[in-house]
Every structure is written in structure tokens, then in C-alpha cells.
Design a protein around this ligand. Structure first.
Ligand code: PLP
Length: 294
């Protein structure tokens, strides 16, 4: 179906992800035409990994950390590391192929490929970002039990907790549950009662001069955004920590956010109906950091 975006999205295929000598390591394709084989393992099994990179005024943010995380996620599903120089060049070509916009959302997908081929599929897709202004002003969040303990990566590493796989149906179902309950987002809670992350975002909590996030060891995706915000906070003399928190800790905090590369910093206005303080000025500072203007 043709897109209803202000600009047509850009699709860049990356056949050179594992073959830098390919005649065309990356090439433009029609984003509105069928491109994926129905037997690609990502279509039949959700078997692949991805990254979403924010591009602000033409500049992609945190490219190195995103590509490094893609390699880690690929490793978790036993895919070899793709050629990073090819991926970097293809990213720039993708951005260049899109008309200049203030905010562009670029998704990089790497899949196990067509059944029987043994060749992973790789592509970039870029589109004008959604309008996140309402969510950057504040979001109502509900907690949902993820049903696994915070020790999941020790007990059940095959569940791939903390890998950014293309099996996001559960994450999308959580969003729909939030919408059914009149909220906009979700804070997953571990089976043993700890606050984890959102379906597509990282938790950041302020208690006085101390800012905390969930440790990656609890089975959450290590966020590129929280790493940038931590670096900025540290340079301003704040204390930052990775530590387990309960939903009650979050509800009783001096402010909490869900951070991600495209929506940036969304302050939590309510958690399960409990109001949290919102600091618009600090949120704006986080936003600048996450736009790469920190
Ligand atoms: N946690 C999950 C499960 C995510 O899917 C994402 C991003 O999509 C994040 C956290 C935030 O990661 P980043 O800040 O690198 O965008």
C-alpha cells in the first residue's frame, strides 16, 4: 500500500552486509513494492534482529552504539557479525536518499534470510518520524508483569532477553493492553517484582541527585539513549547508577522517564494512576542530549 507519509519512505537493501566486495554493497529499492520473500525466516519465525536509529537535522545519533548492539543481538541468535563499514556507508546513503526533515526514523533489519539459502537479509528503511510531541510532554504508564524473573538471562538465556530481536509481537501486544486501559505506555515488571523497561524504551528514575536505570543483567535491552543521558548527567556532577528498583520506588520517585532513540525522553506523568512529578526543563535537556546536541 502506498505510504501516507509526507515523503515516501526510503528502502536501502544491503547485500554487502556480509560481502563488502559485492557489485553494489547497498542499493535503493522501491519501499512500496514487495521486497521480502515470504520464506524469509523473519516472516515465518520472526528470526532476526534490528535497530532503530534517530536522525536529527540529517545527523544520525549514536551510530557506533547502535551498530555495536546490532552485532551483540546478532551474536545472541548465532548470526555472524555484519561488515560495519558497509552498514555505516549504507546508513549515510539511506539518509542522503531521503528529503531533509527535522526527524527521521531509520530502522536497520538483519534477518536469518530465506529458508535454505543460508544468507542473511539486510536492509535499512527510513521514514519521517511520527509526531512525538504529545508523548514528550508526558505519558500515562501502566505496569505489566513480563512473567520472567530478573535472573532470566542466567536461568533461560534462550529467551533472548535483552537482545533486540524482530520477535516484538509481545511488545506490541503490551502497547495494545496499555491502550485498552487508557494509558500510552507500559513498564514491564519482572516475575520477582522489579521494574524493567518499556516495550520499546528504557526506564530512567530520579531520586534526589541520583539517576537510576535497570541493570542489563535483569534482562533488559541496554539502551543507547540512557547511556547518552548518563554521560551528560555524570558530567554535570549527578550520581548515576544501574540498580534494581520496584514499581513502588518508581512511583515514589522525583521523576521518571521512558527513553528511546526516536521518541527521545517521555516523562511518566502517571504510573498505574499514581501521579509523578514532571520536570519539563530537565526533560528538554535530555531531549537535546538525545538529539545529539548535548
Ligand atoms: N528497551 C527496548 C525493549 C527497546 O526496544 C528499546 C528501543 O527500541 C529501548 C529499550 C531503548 O533503546 P535505545 O535508547 O537504544 O533506543
Amino acid at each position: 500500500m502506498p505510504s501516507e507519509q509526507p515523503h515516501p519512505p526510503v528502502l536501502m537493501l544491503v547485500p554487502g552486509a556480509y560481502d563488502a566486495q559485492a557489485a553494489e554493497p547497498h542499493l535503493l529499492a522501491d519501499a512500496d513494492a514487495p521486497q521480502l520473500r515470504v520464506t524469509d525466516f523473519v516472516a515465518t519465525r520472526g528470526d532476526g534482529v534490528f535497530e532503530t536509529i534517530g536522525v536529527f537535522d540529517g545527523t544520525p545519533v549514536n551510530v557506533g552504539p547502535h551498530l555495536a548492539r546490532l552485532v551483540r543481538s546478532a551474536d545472541r541468535i548465532d548470526l555472524p557479525a555484519p561488515d560495519l563499514a558497509v552498514l555505516e556507508a549504507a546508513l549515510q546513503a539511506t539518509i542522503d536518499a531521503h528529503p531533509p526533515v527535522e526527524e527521521l526514523t531509520v530502522r536497520l533489519s538483519l534477518t536469518r534470510g530465506v529458508e535454505g539459502s543460508g544468507e542473511p537479509s539486510c536492509w535499512y528503511h527510513a521514514r519521517t518520524a511520527d509526531d512525538y510531541a504529545p508523548q514528550r510532554a508526558g505519558i500515562d504508564v501502566i505496569t505489566l508483569d513480563r512473567g520472567v524473573p530478573s535472573t532470566v538471562n542466567e536461568t533461560s538465556p534462550w529467551l533472548l532477553a535483552g537482545a533486540k530481536t524482530l520477535s516484538y509481537a509481545v511488545n506490541m501486544a503490551a502497547f495494545r493492553e496499555a491502550h485498552r486501559r487508557g494509558a500510552q505506555d507500559v513498564l514491564f515488571v519482572s516475575g520477582d517484582g522489579y521494574a524493567l523497561e518499556g516495550p520499546t524504551s528504557t526506564l530512567l528514575v530520579r531520586r534526589g541527585g541520583r539517576f537510576s536505570t535497570t541493570p542489563a543483567s535483569a534482562g533488559v535491552l541496554p539502551g543507547t539513549s540512557v547511556a547518552s543521558v548518563f554521560e551528560a548527567l555524570r558530567s554535570e556532577g549527578y550520581e548515576v547508577a544501574e540498580e534494581l528498583m520496584t514499581p513502588a520506588d518508581v512511583a515514589g520517585s522525583d521523576g521518571a522517564w521512558l527513553l528511546s532513540s526516536s521518541r527521545l525522553a517521555a516523562p511518566i506523568t502517571t504510573l498505574d494512576g499514581h501521579a509523578l512529578p514532571v520536570d519539563a526543563e530537565l526533560t528538554g535537556r535530555f531531549e537535546q542530549v538525545l538529539r545529539g546536541r548535548g
